[in-house]
Design a protein around this ligand. Structure first.
Ligand code: SAM
Length: 170
């Protein structure tokens, strides 16, 4: 099977050390984080201070395995295909977050709206470009049936999942 390897270009620091209490998406997070870009890649930050928002691409380093069907955190009513949701247990555990830039200071980028664990390995940074990335008319599958207020918290907890597993065994 074909594989690809990537360079880790830095580390994402956040206030979160427990996955169960980390925001499920950056849109629901006011938390600030710092992106420490490794010295060998810091020159690539030139010009980034002109952008209000950036995409962070990173490795979900604390996941164990994957499943092609998962219940999304934002709607635990039903399992859905992993490529139709944003769950971290994916064949390639790559995450993406759109965050606001507070400041670029040397090899450090301070951001707001972080939804990842402290110490997450950074794979890439890309600027959010309204002219490239914005679409006026979109469909968002199962998410369209959910109200934004309902999705701020997790719709189920790890404890709920354990209870479901136990009851399906009995
Ligand atoms: C649902 S994922 C979505 C993240 C990202 N915005 C995306 O769409 O790819 C967010 C959750 O992933 C988990 N998570 C965050 N950082 C992680 C890491 N480094 N390793 C494992 N799980 C992580 C936390 O439970 C967090 O609430």
């Amino acid at each position: 099977m074909e594989t690809a390897t990537y360079r880790v270009i830095g580390t994402i620091h956040s206030p979160f050390t427990d996955g169960d209490t980390t925001p499920i998406q950056s849109i629901f997070s006011e938390a600030e984080g710092t992106i420490e870009v490794s010295p060998g890649y810091a020159d690539g930050l030139e010009g980034l201070d002109g952008f209000s928002h950036i995409y962070l691409l990173y490795h979900f380093h604390r996941v164990n395995g994957f499943s092609l069907r998962q219940r999304p955190f934002a709607d635990g009513s039903k399992e859905r295909g992993i490529f139709a949701i944003r769950h971290c247990n994916r064949p390639n555990p790559i995450g993406i977050s759109l965050v606001e830039v507070i400041a670029v200071e040397g090899s450090t980028v301070r951001v707001r709206g972080i939804d990842v664990l402290d110490g997450t390995p950074l794979l890439d940074i890309k600027p959010y470009v309204r002219q490239f990335d914005h679409r006026d008319t979109v469909r968002s599958g199962w998410v369209d049936a959910r109200r934004i207020e309902e999705m701020k918290g997790r719709s189920f907890t790890p404890e709920d999942l354990r209870e479901d597993e136990e009851s399906s065994r009995t």
